[in-house]
Write a protein that binds this ligand. Sequence first.
Ligand code: BES
Ligand code: ZN
Ligand code: ZN
Length: 486
Amino acid sequence: MKFQFLEYAQITDDVDHIIVGFNQKGLSKEGQNLDAKFHNLLSGAIKARDFKGKLGESLTVFVGEKAVQVSILGLGEEPLMHKDYVHLGGKIAQICRKSPKIAIYLADLQQTDEAATWIAQGIHIGDWRFLKYKSDAEKSKTMLHDIYIEVQDPKVAQQHFTTAKAIAKGVAAARELVSEPANVLYPESFKDKALELKALGCEVDVLDIDDLQKKQMNAIISVGQGSERPPYMVVIRWKGSNDDPIALVGKGITFDTGGISLKPSLGMEDMIMDMGGAAAVFGTMKSLALRKAKANVIGILGLAENMPSGCATRPGDIITTYAGKTVEIMNTDAEGRLVLADCLTYAQKDEHAKTVVNLATLTGAMLVALGLERAGLFCNDDQLAQQLFDHGEATGDLLWRFPMGKEYDSYIKTRHADIKNMGKGRFGGSIAAAKFLEKFIEDETSWAHLDIAPTAWYDEDKLPLTKGASGFGVRLLEAWIQSKQG
Ligand code: BES
Ligand code: ZN
Ligand code: ZN
């Protein structure tokens, strides 16, 4: 897919699909031109169909001898936010799916040329599909090739596109990883993927099973020990500034069978996505490196496969975490918090990070609470919570904050160890998980936990996203990092 940002006069009319805009001001300039050229075809269609131009609504007509498609795209009400432009891009990708060459004329109705790059980002996101294991016939259905986008100043747009494109690539990288089946993506192969980021200028350190054992990281070890495939902790550093480092920690369970507390078989295949947190961290690190961000960020991936076997951890086992706290395992399916515990300790103890954000497909209870529209936000710092919430609203990676005060302390108390790895039965399961993680956070650390179980995967298209893995978190983290460090 090739994006070109051009002035009006530079755009070729040899295209298969033309997009023009419509809002309360009327049609965008090229829309008016086409309307005049084709005897009020566009304005007639708008009237006949009572087209109101709501955000993302579209109306298609065919013009000229070659029956070129012209889609009138509703731009809704001004002002539009970042996520609205990305949404429009997703819509364009959806309606242009069978058109190799498209031209987009919205420049006179959008606020800035930067907005054009967000539309391009949306097209990228809306065109993504996981076709790696499909036959050739199906592959060729991906047709978007040349995309001409009208802007006032191509140079300005091109500059902004460096960022928008890097983020789009980061989102795509996260989605690829989440989509890969667990026979292809397992802790070792995920680690190899992370090592590829070295080529982009990241520093990558790998802690293998020997290192984990030496450091007594028994929580991550206990999750991985039922599998033939050993666990890894991977540390990816992007040092684009001398600011204090921000640590991003991701749950990377490449497959979650539940372990000895085995999950039911119906739907278990969805647990290939249980590394969605680590994928979001990976995607963000890739994006930061691609755009050479002036930021100092450390990505930490906790990679393990949760399997039942003769070596697997049992319910009732007691382990000593890297932090020294003991945990009584009540349910081996509550494995994500164990992996995260050692990663969070590592982020603070070894990397001296004072700001830590972790992402994890942590609890099914989060879907019960929020449906599929938002991810849960748990935070010990009101300012950080507000920042993350606001960037969620702006980018469309939506969050909702949950309580985790002292009133929940009793949820993780247990008979024989410091804490247990689940809460009080079915109630407040996501909060219990957050309370568990909180035990591994030092007083001076500003920390947020995003439970992305609801938003890591969609069975239907959800504009701007195509169905499947969402890459949730990359756009949010990128926007937040940009606002803090650049
Ligand atoms: N990976 C799951 C959570 C999950 C569920 C993610 C659905 C995405 C979609 C997690 O490891 C898990 O199984 N959690 C248990 C915890 C319980 C045993 C305390 C759960 O949510 O049921
Ligand atoms: Zn589990
Ligand atoms: Zn899990």
